[in-house]
Design a binder for this molecule. Sequence first.
Ligand SMILES: C[S@@+](CC[C@H](N)C(=O)[O-])C[C@H]1O[C@@H](n2cnc3c(N)ncnc32)[C@H](O)[C@@H]1O
Length: 304
Amino acid sequence: MKRKILNINIGVNIAINAALALPPVALMFKQWRLRQGQDPEKDQIGYPLGVFRKHAGLLGAQRAHGLRGADVLEIGPGGTIGTALLMLLAGANSATCIDALPWAAGAQVDRFSIDLIAAAAQDPANHFVAPEWQGSALADPTAVANLLVKRIIYRAPESINTTTLPDASYDCIFSHACFEHFADPATAIAQIARLLRPGGVTSHQIDLRDHRDFSHPLEHLRYSDTIWWLANVRLPNGVRNRWRASEYYAAFEQQGLHLVQKIESATQIVTAQQRQHFDRHFRTMTLEDLGITGILVVGVKQEE
Ligand SMILES: C[S@@+](CC[C@H](N)C(=O)[O-])C[C@H]1O[C@@H](n2cnc3c(N)ncnc32)[C@H](O)[C@@H]1O
């Protein structure tokens, strides 16, 4: 029964995707999606605090002085500039966000940004709060939010694939739950390599599951490339590529981004029998590779 529903879903996906070829439908759909916003769980300060701790810890560990003085780029922040704000609180020199869709209202001080600063200041060691901000963030988070928010550059709509931000202009580039939505991840990785300074560091949490139904995380591997393309290519938040962990690892390394961390953040068992039902592209892959459903990669751009 479940299978039938999922098969119906792919038909619905194809129909929606086809309708999105019509500009007025695409515009209405985009406006509707933006009104809907992102997951409500992401409206709680715990979400950007957690995303920040993860990436700041990994990026900072590859640099002599953590985030201090770094020019940081976040790809696809979604509904909040909070993670970028915390990067500045940790001593970054600048924080830029680019997103294919303008989910966030832009860089503005609101209750959320003030609460984020206050929460980080309560536990400065865990949030890498720079010494010069520790006292003031605790005593007057509103004043600190006012000072830091105006230093955030928010550019949307702007895609990582086509951005013309200058070569070698960032020390740190990160994204969280974004790469699986890129129609062309190879170009995105080439762009990251272009934008990073030599020695710069990049971290990406990538969710490799079929997002239509997390209880069937590998269902999407059954379809041919054509069917998947027809079902997803115009859906702004669809899983637009189905790259597996090994494909990501190879693409980062090919662009001169040496992977110092390849963390398998989620795995499941895949049997040879299950693999037989996948599209032929996936049938040549190892069961271990196919069973990786989430990765966190950290790469360092090789010095020339
Ligand atoms: C699932 S959301 C994740 C948002 C946020 N990072 C989080 O953890 O909640 C994926 C984000 O990637 C953005 N995105 C998708 N394709 C993009 C592209 N080519 N360039 C920049 N951002 C993109 C989407 O607009 C969206 O904000």
